[in-house]
Design a binder for this molecule. Structure first.
Ligand SMILES: [Zn+2]
Length: 70
């Protein structure tokens, strides 16, 4: 699936958010994740964060990244 990456001008009124954590653009666009202020996080990373809440150093790392956003 080609996106705006190639040209950047093929998008007409379509918002293609890029995940702040993994850098991916979800297929569902803005519906494929959540927006936090000006930052977008895809649902994969969102569920990843939720699953990390069991604890661990990785969760702390993600938290640190999110703190920069929030
Ligand atoms: Zn992501």
């Amino acid at each position: 699936m080609e996106t705006a990456e190639a040209g950047g001008k093929s998008i007409t009124g379509v918002l293609l958010p890029r995940c702040h954590l993994c850098g991916e653009v979800p297929e569902n666009g803005i519906r494929g994740g959540i927006r936090i202020r000006k930052t977008f996080i895809c649902e994969k990373c969102e569920s990843h964060i939720v699953s990390l809440q069991a604890g661990g150093s990785k969760y702390q790392m993600v938290l640190e990244q999110l703190k920069k956003i929030w």
